[in-house]
Design a binder for this molecule. Sequence first.
Ligand SMILES: [Zn+2]
Length: 244
Amino acid sequence: MSPAVAYTALAASLAAAGLAWSVFHPASQTFAPVIRRISTPDSIALTFDDGPTPPFTTHILEILRDRHLSATFFIIGRHASEHPGLIRRIADEGHTLGNHSWDHHHFGINHGRDYWRTQLSRTNDAILNITGITPQLFRPPMGFKTWHLAAAARENHLRIVGWSARAFDTNPLTPDRLVARLAPRLRPGAIIALHDGLEPARQHKSQQTTVDALPPLLDLLAARRLRCVNLHSLETAAAPQAVA
Ligand SMILES: [Zn+2]
């Protein structure tokens, strides 16, 4: 291989690696600002993705209500249309509703701007019709981001929200292990990603481990004097906050 060909191949592989990082890495801000922390003092934001899915969402709402705590739920649009009562309850109990796409398609990143525009607007409309509230926050499925997805989010006036720590609670896990995994990352300003729901590709699974882990997780937050807040303050902030 000539040096010129070798350099070209190296440049191509580096470009591919850079693009892959931009699309797949949770910390990537290549295509849009991604909010990964909050600035509220002594607080932490618990977020729940992929719901609502009974009975898991229902149990999580009960645990939060008993402790007078609020969180943020990133909603799959087609689940909203199937469980409007749970969407209404999430809003009525003071939690923040975010958009998590209509289908949560694993290969959605292969699609263009029209696809994402529809995924986001359809989900916003479903939540608006049920609650009268238009979501202002969007968490991309799996945290994967593309130029088209980011552009569609901007068109729908949605800020992209990531996380500072995740529990990987869609994988087999015990409640103890879930809490132990998150414990070192429960610091002021953290945004924690958990799952209350089952995305369409995982309808036969369970999120019971997350339900069972929530009380000890909340005990730990209380012991560390960390206040649980929802992400409503991000909706009312003047400008997007991109925090690496
Ligand atoms: Zn998800």
